[in-house]
Design a protein around this ligand. Sequence first.
Ligand SMILES: [Mg+2]
Length: 380
Amino acid sequence: MKITDIRTAEIKGHGYSTYVRIYTDEGLIGNGECIHGGEGCPAMVHALSRFIIGESPLNVDMLFEKMRRGRLFDGAMAGATVTAMTGIEIALWDLAGKALGVPVYQLLGGKFRDTVRLYCDSHAGKDFSPEAYATRAKEVVALGFDALKFDVDETQAGYRNDRWSWHASAAEVDWMVERVAAVRDAVGPEIDLAIDMHGRYDIASGIAVARAMEPFRLLWLEEPVPPENVAAMREVKRVARVPLCAGENLYLRWGFRDLLEQQAVDYIMPDIPKCGGLSECRKIANMAEVYYIPLAPHNVCGPLGTMASAHVCATIPNFLVMEWHWIDYPGWDDLTIQDQPVIQNGHVVLTDKPGIGLEVNDEVARRYVRPGTAYFGDHV
Ligand SMILES: [Mg+2]
């Protein structure tokens, strides 16, 4: 079997995802989704096709390495080039699974679990009162989730007197504490609760918030300081008794190396459909396991990228929980065709269908294509 063509479609979701479709001379087609590659991502995918066309889709790791080495001088160490490679890699796994008649998790070594636990990124909406946070938390738990995340870096709170300098005053820390207390009070101690600061604050603020969060027994505090400086993250971890999680903007194994070696966080959160794909994230997970650090993958993808990520989560022992970001989008999994709902009772349920296990619903997905762009090569 040989790869004959690669096409893309930009589909609106959390921003735009790039869907990648790979065609073969035997008529089999593989689909992948990558995210946060920016407007240039489809062009990068097409530019990478010269490394792929004519090759067997079964040699996934070799083809990924061929792209990575071929593009080292063009951004393949980190960033959008890696994301474009990732979309191709995920489509290759879908294709390889279909060609061999097995689910992707089987090709990745087999599964430790049949379902993949999700945490719901919950947003409180436009009302930033503690009561609104508490109400939303109860709604999400009623949907079957036993792990939630809320943001506390809200500019709407009115504490930003300088749009560039993110320093949390004592009053802002108190504002955060009130909302986290309201959520913890609403859901009780048995629900896991993560809090995100989006890596925006200075180190004094990160430490102040981390210390203030200690009574709430958080699942984690996410990126209390920017993630680029591992020593700063480690300093927050050293002085505050709250678990830390970071890494949603890191790429490939090398991007996670310092964070792991310095044990600057308690959990890492690679974005699987962005930072290198399924095989690479299994390798990142294996590295993390050496340091007794579980994976809590970042995920804002549609159902295709979410299910692809779930295949990785199923095949590693050190999996904690994966993000789901679509609470406010009813009909989320209409973007794909599947035998059963992708999410059941707060978990992704894996199927034993070959490949990723679901197909793009072209009729629905086409409605969300970026205006002025083609849907899988309508233009070629
Ligand atoms: Mg985050």
